[in-house]
Design a protein around this ligand. Sequence first.
Ligand code: ZN
Length: 285
Amino acid sequence: MSWFKREKPTAEKLPKLEDSERTVRTEGLWQKCESCRQIIWKKDLESNWNVCPRCGNHSRIDAVTRLRLLFDDAVYEQYDATLRSSDPLQFVDSKPYGERLRAMEQATSLTDALISAGGRLDGRWVFICSMEPKFIGGSMGSVVGEKIARSIDRALARKAPLLIVSASGGARMQEGAVSLMQMAKISAGLMKLDQAGLPYISILTDPTTGGVTASYAMLGDLNIAEPGALIGFAGPRVIEQTIRQKLPEGFQRAEFLLKHGMLDAVVPRLELKPYVSRALKFFAG
Ligand SMILES: [Zn+2]
C-alpha cells in the first residue's frame, strides 16, 4: 500500500505553450536546407550569402543582398528609386493591380521588381540592375523596362559596363502588351551598348523564366548562371504536354543549359564577384 498516489505527469498537466509562444522562441534561428534537409543556424547561412555550408545549395537572396555582394564595401548609388507603374490597363485579377502594387511596396520597401544601382566593383565603376524575386515574382513590367533602359543610357554616357542580375518569372501579366514591349525596348538598348563596345554581363539566378529569358537575360556578352538555377522559357509541364515526351533529368537547370551550350559558365555565388571582375578586365582592359 502506498501513502500517496504518484501521478505521472500527463500532457494535460504540463504547462502548455501557446502556439504563438513556440514561434517566438524558435522563429528565425534555424533553417532547414531545401536540398540536404540539414538544420542550419540561420546566421551561418546568412553569413555565407545563403549558400548551404553543408551541401553548397544556393537559396535565393534579395536584390539588396545581391548588390551588397557585388559592390566594393557594399557601397552603391541607387537610381530611379521612385519610379512606379501607372497601371496602364487598370487591371483587376483576384484584386486590383494598383492594390497589389501598394501591398508589394509595403512588403518589400521597393516600388518595383528591380533596383538600379551604380558603384565600384574591384575599383571599376559599373552599373548593376538587380531584380527582386519577391516583388510580384520579379516580373518585368514598364518600370523594370524603363529602369534598365535608363541604366543602359548611364552606362553609355559614362562608358561603363552593365550587369543585370535576373530573378524573374517573366513578363508582368497585369501590364499585358506594355510589359512585352519592354523586351524589344531593352534589347534595342543593349544593341547600342554593343555598338559602343561596352560589356554587358547577364547573371541568371533562380528563377529566370519567360520573357526575361527570351530577351535581356540571354543577350549578355557573357551569360552566367548560379548553380542549380531554374532557367527556361515555358514551364516543363507546358513543354511536356506540347511535345508529348518526358523531359530529361535536370532539364532547365543551369548545369543542363551549360552542357547544351546555352550558357557560358555556371559560377558559385561566393566566386561571382572575382569572376565578374576578371571578365570585365578581359573585356574592358
Ligand atoms: Zn544543404
